[in-house]
Design a protein. Sequence first.
Length: 130
Amino acid sequence: MPCIAGKRVTDAHKQLATVGVLGLTSNYFDARSEAEITRTSNASGEGTARLTGDAMKFAANKSVGKSLDDVTEFYLRRNRDTFDAIVAPPGLAVTLHITTDLHVDYHSNARKIAYSPSDRGDSHAHATLD
């Protein structure tokens, strides 16, 4: 239960759906490639695996499965910054208790907006990028 009254906003369902579909599809192609393999084991538990099916099907399915694993890894790395937020109504008084350091990604040489009064003497201000 959030300590700030408001509407909860999250994108977790989108992230889970995408990762779920990618994982499901990857496992499907892995299973199809494994269907081309025959595994045997002896009484001591030692096993062997031999390609007894179609080598092209095995290679194609293995390649697609591995590619989907790579896509999933890229997606997870790229989208690790999912969010949950509480959107509070305007004017709501909020007190923040920050218990960990907040590291701000500030670049001192980034563009800045400088506001200055108009040269024409009117009350409008003009913004310029430095």
